[in-house]
Design a protein around this ligand. Structure first.
Ligand code: PAF
Length: 283
């Protein structure tokens, strides 16, 4: 696996791969890799010929009081994991390489970026779409792989790809869970044993929604309260939102017949976690 740090080197390596007829698959990450990331790499490997991964803790997607400084950066371990997964190229740029002094251009998907996590994290999705757009310009992948855990991010990136006519196909891969149901996240390392147990409220709340749905409940507010009840019993977990939305627009839905995304965000101590399920169409 080649490890490159400059835009020009990555551009040349990806152009050479494409020129030799290879399909380029791209997995952008912020490192602190877990099985969720590795499942993206494995899917990319099964569908593409030249696999590029990036590790870049993107400062523009963190708010001023968020965890940018303490975000885990186990680079050597991440590098080894990607090597084992037979990634061809790892792009690990510096902040200066990605944001040269004076950079003032942002990509903002209006409307969607202010919804779900965008409400409490202003500027977060603008940071995500700016860096993903820039990485797409550098790697120019045939396919790029994102996790369903960040369902709003995936929907917003799909919209950006459509609106800006990127040729890249966005592939969204299933959530990978711990055996106890907690959705894998790089931020799970912040949880102590007690907080980990409390964090199971997120997946349990979503299971509650799913059982109510399977029992025939179709009212969004009743389904939401099935989740809220779980949080009400665990005051240490601060529920931020439970929303039932259209996954393509992130707008709340009243009619579940075409399926819906049920998304939840909550804080356990200082750690903010998200999770979601998709309710199937019933038409
Ligand atoms: O999902 C992430 O890890 C990040 O938001 C991404 C897509 C790599 C952009 O920094």
């Amino acid at each position: 696996m080649k490890v490159l740090t400059t835009i020009s080197e990555v551009r040349s390596a990806c152009a050479a791969a494409r020129a030799s007829g290879k399909r380029v698959g791209f997995v952008p990450t912020m490192g602190a890799l877990h099985e969720g990331h590795l499942s993206l790499v494995r899917t990319a490997r099964s569908e593409s010929d030249f696999i590029v991964a990036s590790i870049f803790v993107n400062p523009t997607q963190f708010g001023p009081n968020e965890d940018l400084a303490k975000y885990p950066r186990p680079f050597e371990r991440d590098r080894e994991l990607l090597e084992i997964e037979k990634v061809d190229l790892l792009f690990a740029p510096t902040v200066e390489e990605m944001y040269p002094p004076g950079a003032t251009t942002f990509v903002h998907v209006e409307g969607m970026s202010e919804k779900l996590c965008g409400k409490s994290r202003p500027g977060h999705f603008r940071g995500v779409t700016t860096i993903v757009s820039k990485l797409f310009n550098i790697v120019d992948p045939d396919r790029a792989y994102f996790g369903q855990k960040d369902a709003a991010q995936a929907g917003i990136i799909k919209k950006m790809v459509r609106d800006l006519a990127y040729r890249t196909q966005v592939v969204v891969c299933p959530i990978v869970r711990e055996p106890d149901g907690l959705a894998m996240s790089s931020r799970n390392v912040y949880l102590n044993a007690e907080e980990w147990k409390q964090a199971l409220a997120l997946s349990r709340a979503l299971q509650g929604v799913r059982s109510a749905f399977d029992n025939g409940e179709r009212g969004p507010s009743i389904l939401r309260s099935a989740a809220e009840t779980v949080f009400a019993g665990i005051p240490q977990v601060k529920l931020e939102y439970v929303e039932i939305v259209n996954p393509d627009t992130l707008d709340p839905v009243c009619d579940l017949s075409e399926g819906a995304l049920v998304a939840v965000a909550a804080k356990i101590g200082g750690t903010r976690l998200i999770d979601n399920i998709v309710l199937p169409a019933t038409k």
